[in-house]
Design a binder for this molecule. Structure first.
Ligand code: BDP
Length: 713
C-alpha cells in the first residue's frame, strides 16, 4: 500500500513537470529548490498578520498564502517565531509601526506601497503598507515577486507608486464573442451566460492584472455596438465590475456615438441637441447607479466608418465634451481616440490625426483624455513616434499600444513587445528642449498634467494559456509593468517575467532574455526593414501583400505606403514630399529630413530613396534591403536554436508549444522575405546578393495565396 502511494506521489510530481498549460501565467509560484534561499524566505514569512477586513485585504492574504505555500512548501509557517510579516493600510497599523515608517507615506500616492524591514519588540518585521488596501495588494504582489525572482528580502526599503493614473486594457471584444484582431480564441466575456454564470476566469483575469498594476478594463470593441448600454447588457457589465472591484480594476465601456438613435429612439445623435445631451446624462446616471466606480467611456468617432459628431457638422471637441459633461458629476472620464483619417484627404494619412486634433488643444474639458496610437499610421512593426506627443501641452494625451499582434505575425510569432514600447517611450519629442521624452508626456510630467493614462489593446482570449502563445504572456505582463512605470527597462522586465514564469536558472534566463530582446528587430527585418510599413495582406493583415493596389480607399493599399517605382522606394514625407516631418519639433524634423542623419530604421518612412543609393555602410539600398530580409530570417533561426537548448529547463508542454510556434515563425519569415524581395525586385531590377537565399517559389505563387478564414478579421 505504502509503495503504491509513494509511486503515485512520484508520478504526480513527474506529471507536473510535463504538463503546464500556461494558465497560471507569471504567477507560477514554483517550489524553490535552493535550501539556503528557502530558509531565508521561510524565516521571514512564517507569521503572517493582516490588518483590515476588506475583500482586498482578504485577497492579499490568500495570495500570500498561495504564493508562500507554493514557493516555500506547506510547512513554511513553522519555521520561526521571531519574525512577522505584517500587512495592512496605514489607518490599520499600530503606532509603533507607524513611527518606524516615519514619513514614508508622504512619498507614495493613493495606489502606492511601502515594503520595509524593521526591528520591533525583539522581532524582525516586514511591513507591507499603503494609503489604501489596493496599495497594500500591490505591495503584496511586489513582495511575492521578490521571492519569485529570488531576490534577497533581508533589508527591504521599497516605496513605489504608479506614475500613470489610468492603466487600462482595451478589449476589442464583440458581443458575439469574436475578437477584432484577436488571435487567442474567443472573448473571455461569456456575455450569454452573464450575469448569473461567473466564470472563475474573470477572477483570475482581475488577479493577473492586479499583480502587474493594471487598474482598468474597457470591455468592448472600439467599433462599438450600442447594445452594451442597454439594461440587459448593463446587468452583465455590473456583474463583471463586482468581480473586478476588490482587485482595483475599474470597468469602462466604449460608447457608440449613435447610441441615442439606436437604443434611445431619438432621431439624432447631434451633441448640441438637448434630447441627446439629456439621454447621455440619464444613461450615465443609470450606469453609475449600478456601478458606482465606473471609469467612463472610450470613443472611436468619425473613424473608419464609425459615427461621430462630424455627422452633424460638429467637431471632436463638441462630441467629447458632451460625454464629459455627462460623466463629470461622477468623476468619470472620456478617452477620445485620435485614430482618425479620411479617404478625402489626399495628402498623407500619417498627418491627419495631428492636423485634426492639435488645433483643439485647450478646448477639451478637464475629464477628457485624447488617446493616441504610438505611431502616426497603425501599430506597424516599426513606426516613428506619433507627432501629437508633446504637441498638445494643454490636453492629457493617453498612449495606445497594441499588445495583440495585428501586424506582427499575430499569435504565432514570438515577439517581445515591451522592447518596442520602450523605444517609443524613450523617443525625444524635443517639445520642451532635449529630454522631452514621450514617457514624460504620458506620465504628465512634461506639461504638469493632473490626469494621465495609458491603454494596451489586449491580446487575451479564451485559449487555455490566455494569449495563444506562452511567450506572448510577456507582452501583457510587460505592458502592465510599463504602464505602472514607463521608465523601466524592457530587459529587466523580461528577466522578471522569465523568472516568475519559467525558471530562475541563469542558464535559461540569459539566453532566452537575449533572444527576447532581438525579436522586435527580427520582425522588422523580415517584414518591413528600413521604415517600410503597411505592406501586409488585405483585411486580416496576415502575411505579405506589398502588391495590393485594388482597394477602394487609396490609403488602404500597400502601394500607397511604399511607393516603389523604377527609381526607388519609400514615402517622401520631407518638405519635397508630404511635409509630414513639419509636425515634429524642429530638432526632430531636421533629423528626419536629413538623409545623412536619419536612422536607417526610419529611412523609407520619410524618404523615397533610389535603389542604388549608397547607405551609411557603403552598400546600396537594394543590397541592404535584401540582406535585412535575410538577417530577419536568420534571427528567427537563431531563436529556434536557442529554444532547442532550453529543453532541460522548461516543462514539456510549454516547451513543445513554443517550439512548434517558432517553426511557424521561421516558415513565415522566409515567406515574407521571398515574397517581398521578388516583388520589389520587379522595380529595382537588381540581382540578389550572394548571401541571400534564393526564393523557392515565384511571385505569382505568393500573390495567389489566400486565407479567407484567417483569425481576427
Ligand atoms: C486598425 C484595425 C481595426 C481597428 C482600428 C482602430 O485594423 O480593426 O478597428 O485599427 O484602432 O488597426 O480603430
Amino acid at each position: 500500500m505504502l509503495k503504491k502511494l509513494v509511486l503515485f506521489v512520484v508520478l504526480l510530481f513527474c506529471l507536473k513537470s510535463f504538463a503546464n498549460d500556461g494558465y497560471k501565467l507569471w504567477l507560477q509560484y514554483d517550489y524553490i529548490k535552493n535550501e539556503n534561499l528557502r530558509s531565508e524566505y521561510q524565516a521571514a514569512t512564517s507569521n503572517l498578520m493582516s490588518f483590515g477586513t476588506s475583500e482586498t485585504i482578504k485577497i492579499a492574504l490568500k495570495e500570500l498564502e498561495l504564493g508562500l505555500n507554493g514557493m516555500l512548501g506547506s510547512d513554511y509557517k513553522s519555521a520561526s517565531k521571531n519574525s512577522v510579516l505584517i500587512f495592512g493600510n496605514k489607518t490599520n497599523l499600530s503606532n509603533d509601526i507607524l513611527q518606524k515608517l516615519g514619513n514614508s507615506f508622504t512619498e507614495i500616492n493613493e495606489e502606492g506601497y511601502i515594503i520595509k524591514s524593521l526591528f520591533l519588540k525583539e522581532k524582525n518585521h516586514i511591513v507591507i503598507s499603503g494609503k489604501t488596501d489596493l496599495g497594500v495588494l500591490y505591495g503584496v504582489f511586489n513582495f511575492l515577486k521578490h521571492i519569485q525572482t529570488q531576490k534577497s528580502i533581508k533589508t527591504l526599503n521599497i516605496k513605489d507608486s504608479p506614475k500613470i493614473d489610468i492603466r487600462v486594457l482595451n478589449h476589442w471584444d464583440n458581443l458575439d464573442r469574436t475578437v477584432e484582431r484577436g488571435y487567442s480564441g474567443f472573448s473571455i466575456w461569456d456575455w450569454h451566460r452573464l450575469p448569473d454564470y461567473l466564470d472563475p476566469r474573470y477572477t483570475d483575469y482581475a488577479r493577473a492584472n492586479a499583480s502587474i498594476g493594471i487598474n482598468g478594463t474597457v470591455l468592448n470593441n472600439v467599433n462599438a455596438n450600442a447594445l452594451i448600454l442597454t439594461p440587459q447588457y448593463l446587468d452583465k457589465v455590473e456583474a463583471l465590475a463586482n468581480v473586478f472591484r476588490p482587485y482595483g480594476i475599474k470597468v469602462y465601456l466604449t460608447a457608440r456615438f449613435s447610441a441615442p438613435i439606436e437604443i434611445g429612439g431619438l432621431e439624432t445623435a447631434d451633441p448640441y441637441n438637448n434630447d441627446v445631451i439629456q439621454w447621455w446624462a440619464e444613461k450615465t446616471k443609470e450606469i453609475y447607479e449600478r456601478i458606482p466606480d465606473f471609469g467612463g467611456y472610450l470613443v472611436k468617432a468619425n473613424s473608419e466608418g464609425q459615427p461621430g459628431p462630424q455627422n452633424y457638422d460638429r467637431n471632436h471637441v463638441d462630441g467629447a465634451n458632451m460625454l464629459a459633461t455627462a460623466l463629470e458629476p461622477f468623476n468619470g472620464v472620456v478617452m477620445w481616440r485620435a485614430f482618425v483619417y479620411s479617404e478625402h484627404d489626399v495628402t498623407d494619412r500619417a498627418k491627419q490625426a495631428y492636423s485634426e486634433f492639435v488645433p483643439y488643444d485647450g478646448q477639451f474639458k478637464d475629464n477628457v483624455l485624447v488617446q493616441v496610437k504610438n505611431g502616426p499610421i497603425d501599430f506597424q512593426p516599426h513606426e516613428p513616434f506619433h507627432p501629437m506627443f508633446g504637441a498638445m501641452p494643454k490636453t492629457p494625451l493617453m498612449m495606445e499600444f497594441q499588445i495583440t499582434q495585428e501586424y506582427l505575425g499575430q499569435s504565432t510569432h514570438s515577439i517581445y513587445l515591451p522592447k518596442q514600447y520602450e523605444e517609443v517611450l524613450n523617443s525625444d519629442t524635443y517639445r520642451k528642449g532635449k529630454g522631452s521624452t514621450v514617457a514624460k508626456v504620458i506620465d504628465g510630467s512634461l506639461h504638469d498634467k493632473k490626469l494621465t493614462g495609458i491603454a494596451g489593446v489586449s491580446n487575451i482570449g479564451n485559449d487555455v494559456n490566455w494569449t495563444g502563445n506562452p511567450m506572448l504572456q510577456a507582452n501583457w505582463y510587460g505592458y502592465g509593468r510599463l504602464a505602472w512605470n514607463p521608465y523601466l527597462s524592457a530587459e529587466d522586465i523580461a528577466e522578471d517575467w522569465l523568472r516568475s514564469t519559467f525558471s530562475n536558472d541563469k542558464r535559461f534566463i540569459e539566453p532566452v532574455k537575449q533572444m527576447m530582446m532581438t525579436t522586435t528587430e527580427a520582425v522588422v527585418n523580415y517584414m518591413t526593414p528600413f521604415g517600410l510599413h503597411h505592406i501586409m495582406a488585405t483585411g486580416h493583415h496576415y502575411g505579405p501583400g506589398p502588391w495590393v493596389s485594388n482597394l477602394s480607399r487609396p490609403e488602404w493599399n500597400p502601394v500607397y505606403y511604399h511607393k516603389a517605382d523604377s527609381l526607388g522606394v519609400g514615402f517622401d514625407r520631407t518638405p519635397t514630399g508630404s511635409h509630414a516631418t513639419e509636425q515634429y519639433a524642429p530638432e526632430v524634423a531636421k533629423k528626419f529630413n536629413d538623409l545623412k542623419r536619419i536612422s536607417d530604421e526610419d529611412l523609407l518612412w520619410f524618404h523615397h530613396v533610389a535603389w542604388d543609393y549608397k547607405m551609411k555602410n557603403g552598400k546600396t539600398l537594394w543590397n541592404n534591403m535584401a540582406l535585412k530580409y535575410q538577417e530577419g530570417v536568420d534571427q528567427v533561426k537563431q531563436m529556434m536554436e536557442t529554444w532547442e537548448n532550453m529543453k532541460p529547463f522548461v516543462d514539456e508542454q510549454r516547451y513543445n508549444n513554443i517550439k512548434m510556434l517558432l517553426e511557424i515563425q521561421y516558415k513565415e519569415a522566409k515567406w515574407w522575405r521571398d515574397a517581398c524581395l521578388l516583388y520589389f525586385q520587379e522595380y529595382s531590377n537588381m540581382p540578389l546578393p550572394e548571401s541571400v537565399d534564393k526564393p523557392t517559389q515565384t511571385l505569382d505563387y505568393f500573390q495567389s495565396l489566400s486565407f479567407p478564414f484567417a483569425p481576427g478579421n
